[in-house]
Write a protein of this length. Structure first.
Length: 73
């Protein structure tokens, strides 16, 4: 089971997580904005959020450097 299975997020948290995802995706070069990378980045954000992290900077770092998935170049 993944750490974020069964997690419940409120509207403000969903807005934050979606915003972080959008920012990270936009920061990538166009050739790295693949469906695989979007999924990996979202998974990394959720893995970080499920342990209580809500700082946007920490979530952005986790999105690209998280241990759940590496972003494919």
């Amino acid at each position: 089971m993944l750490p974020n299975e069964g997690a419940v997020y409120g509207p403000e948290e969903l807005l934050l997580l979606g915003s972080v995802l959008d920012q990270v995706i936009q920061s990538l070069p166009p050739n790295l904005r693949t469906p695989y990378n979007r999924t990996a980045i979202a998974s990394n954000i959720l893995a970080c959020a499920c342990i209580g992290e809500r700082d946007p900077h920490a979530l952005r770092r986790a999105a690209l450097m998280g241990s759940t998935h590496a972003v494919a170049a």
